[in-house]
Design a protein around this ligand. Sequence first.
Ligand SMILES: Cc1ncc(COP(=O)(O)O)c(C=O)c1O
Length: 791
Amino acid sequence: MAEQQAAENIKFLDSDVPEFSAEAASDVARELYGVEGEFKRLYSERDQNFRIRQADGATVVLKFANSEEDPGVLDLQHQALIHIERRDPDLPVPRVIRTLAGDLIGTVDGPDGRSHIVRLLSYMPGIDLAEVAQTPELYRDLGATVARLDVALRGFFHPAADHVLLWDLKRAPELRRNTDAIADAGLRARVEAVLDHFTDDVLPLLGGLRGQIIHNDANAGNVLVAEDDHARIAGIIDYGDMVHGALILDLAMAAAGVTHHTDDPVGAICDVAAGYDAVLPLEAEEIDLLYDLVVTRVAVEYVICNWRIVNPTSSDIGHLIDFVGPFEKAFDQLLAVGRAGARDRLRRACQFPPYCPPTEEPDADADAVLDELIERRRRLLGPKQFLFYDRPIHVVRGDGVWLYSATGRRYLDAYNNVTHVGHSHRHVLRAISRQYAALCTNTRYVYRNILDYAERLTATIPDGPRVCVFVNSGSEANDIAWRMAKMHTGKTGAIVLEGAYHGGTDAIDAFSPGDLPADKIAAHIRTIASPDTYRGEFRGADAAARYAADADPAIASLDQAGLGVGAVMFDTSFVNHGIIDVPEGYLKAVVDKVRAAGGVFIADEVQAGFGRMGSHMWGCQSHGVEAEIVTLGKPIGNGLALGAIITTPEILASFTADTGYFSTFGGNPVACAAGAAVLDVIEREELLANARDVGAYLREGIRQISQKHSIVGDVRGAGMLAGVELVRDRVTLEPARAETKRLLNLMKDNGVLVGREGTHRNVLKIRPSMVFKRDHADQLIDALDRSLAEL
Ligand SMILES: Cc1ncc(COP(=O)(O)O)c(C=O)c1O
């Protein structure tokens, strides 16, 4: 018959449970184990189990195995329980009780004439999970207990663990032949669709996930809750379905088991998963499969249940019929939420960032979602939190030189210099997470890595002793630098370039005049002309001296005002001025004048530092000038909030003479671990040499294509930094401001992210991470060529 054939596909689908009488069972218990007491039969799908309460109150479970049971599988269960007891003695799992002869199992002949293996386990007291209030606390503890079980089972091996098992989810595709037991055609089709999706899309991924021997059946029927605390798991029983499989299956079984007992099955899965994840952290691939695994498990349960109702092997199918209704409800509720919705909730529950599709996926809702996020930003962060691009990008992931949008579109990131060694660099990630796992505190304790890091940082400035002060941002570094300069020199005036930007603290805002009219510039600040040799006043051989001469009236004016010049501050890459080509000798000439007037040079290396300019680690070195105070930010921690000031012991002594200095987060061990990891990557991946090579290649490529596009007036820069100035006329140099903005957006549409800078906002700012390679440069050049053609 067709049903019989179908039944053969999986062992035990229709096999009988043993049928020992209570009398026979009590004889076996006495003779094999010396145990006597009050017997009660317990339900089991394929074994026959009796609970025996002994006179002294001790309670045990006598188990007669199905005659079909493989002795190796029973040994697997016993060895696993013994292993768990050794690894985590407090886990609430049964203990194996040996026979009087000291064996783990006994063998007896049953009433059916077949031989059955007998075992005795300690009894786990507790209430069925289904009978207590279903709460998030209970579900989290369920997840945590299953995770502890998995941790305890780590490293356990048994040759029988690959046995063939009905409830092994990997075998779900075989149940496709049994779905005709589901009478309702619509439901049958939905179950079949789930099984098909599992076969085609989920099963192939399972083999690539972490695997070990797992319990595989922590469903609500095998989970006991403490009588005195209904949020605490008191026992996990029934080790008969143990197999070798993906770790995540253990969580999936437990989560599927509670979906029948709640009105919010996805919420319940989230709680179980969060509990599991807190003990045994999940991987992204695992959390993203969890919904499908749970839905498949519910479908499998439903098929088997219906099949058994249609093909009963005993009259006792009442409990199966009771299961059907809740299964159907949970199944349809899960399907109603859908894969994407469930995945998002699960990710949030386990603190994973939002999902990023592995390949670009069309998403009809993407625009609406972006609009909603922009509106929320406006409401929560205020309207002046500016966004890049006319149509901003909803980013969810970064990897190396790539940024990914929520729809999986990838953009070549040639703009974000903070992730100096590439987005999510694994070396930095490991350093941060391992240090955080060990210790994160502040500089009022002694710890080694701040010293190791300070030693390495200062060694990059060979001339003279240097000391470090750690802060949390570029602005803060400049703020402290300015305080140092004032206290050391006793002078309170400063010089910066016109249009400079050095940060946003109250003091440093004065050093960032930007577009401010002269009368709005702070009284202690003097600005000098930007030494721009492309569109500035001086372009010839004497440009350095002539621009530098601008410092003379500035110094005189500060002296006249009774302030004196305490410092000159330069962004040594001149990024904010349009990545200008500064005439050789200019920086030194200005610094010499300031020093002669009693001031110091603060080299703001927030943009130029860590090898960006290719020739040296620090921008000031590429200008042939050492600074008294060097300030670091942006790239220093590859995205972690960190800043630093490197200076002389004398200046530090002046600064701390009266008060000392402390920053709660500055120089914390995690920040230092990030900083040291960035230095490792710069060295190991030879990123200065890469910056020189790829940067020169990139600029040359842009020069080549600019022959076709007359709007490109100038291509310049150094190391991994390029500025492309757009002009309406190559003779008058009329700035192409609006066109530059359009070009930026076209570049984005063509998959490449760049920024814009300069006094007239007409300079494309190309400032990729230091791991940018020649083929990335080729892609950028191609996109620029196409975008210029579309302008
Ligand atoms: C040259 C320069 N210095 C300082 C800063 C301020 O750094 P942060 O934003 O980390 O405070 C910036 C920021 O763009 C900068 O470009």
